[in-house]
Design a protein around this ligand. Sequence first.
Ligand code: SF4
Ligand code: SF4
Length: 375
Amino acid sequence: MKRYDFGKRSGFKVPRATIGAMRLPKDDDEAVALIRHAIDAGMNYLDTSRGYGDSEIKVGKALKDGYREKVILSTKWAPWITKIEESDDASADCTRKRIEESMKRLDVDYLDYYQVWNIVNRETYDQAVAKGGMVDGIHKAIDEGSVGHTGFTTHDSVENLLTYIPEVDWAEIILFTYNLLNRTYAPAIQAAHQRGIGTIVMNPVGGGALAEQSSVLKKLADDAAARSVPDLALRYVLANHNVNTMLVGITRQTDVDDAVAATQETPFSPQTVAKIEGFLDGMTKENVGFCTLCKYCMPCPQEIDIPAIMSCIYDYRYWDLKKTARERYNKHMKGPKADACTQCGECEEKCTQNLEIAKEMAFAKEHLAEETAES
Ligand code: SF4
Ligand code: SF4
């Protein structure tokens, strides 16, 4: 794969598809073989984390036999995501301790990148950059020669990101979420790219949602002359030239091979991108007249999280993402579900979209709940 500048701050060159080591195979030998397959295919940037289970250990095993020298190795941590010890905090000293620990787990004496993991709001950003905070700890490791570079990953709001991207002269890279179904971060990615920060995208296939069989997405892929929905998803991200590289979450060899193939396909023309985006714009919740997640209907006397259920219904009904919708409804939603609805109608009086919420709760109970969901 051809390599391009990884932003303007680091001097590295990377291909447009690189390694996300979050969901490696359980078996160590399989994981080692898969990581090496990705590196052999030309993916020279590898992203892991202290918080990805035993990923660092597996990556460490894969990087033996001369593979360490072939990759730009990056790991990350933050106390607000994972506390390894109860006393963990965002101090420079604690960060130094976690850097040492990651190096031991990876069995390396040098990390190309150590990143602040998942800045989620202004408060966590301030903690990271405070005097004596995480960034100071990473800079100390850089001065001592055990770390080369730094950056951060984020799920903060675009609004916040646009306020602090201009001031993050310490960050050489930023990792964002971006894909066909979630284009929210496009302005922040553009702002970072314009400042020479290397931009990385995670979840190019929507954490697996875009790999699901969906008649709506299949038609969109056919119209764009893509080989499949995942191919459409990967090439849509590649069409954004503000993105330096996308992390391919590798779980099997075809993840690597499909991503390499997508980078070698003819890039989508501006007309194809405009057509895809025209379709996506038409499918926004506002445009289809569905729940906009404004939360004006809350609270529900039965403590049902109405917007969360409406969001599952939206994926099910408008995108034909039935499996994804059911998984979110059954596995990831907390609190009472649609079966607790008494059809009292209180929420409907407050709904800004005049939706028949009680009927939608009955729909969710019938189509999304595990015990009733059709296969
Ligand atoms: S109709 Fe159902 S969802 Fe709406 S407020 Fe009443 S119990 Fe809650
Ligand atoms: S008020 Fe209506 S549009 Fe807003 S979150 Fe509730 S159901 Fe959705």
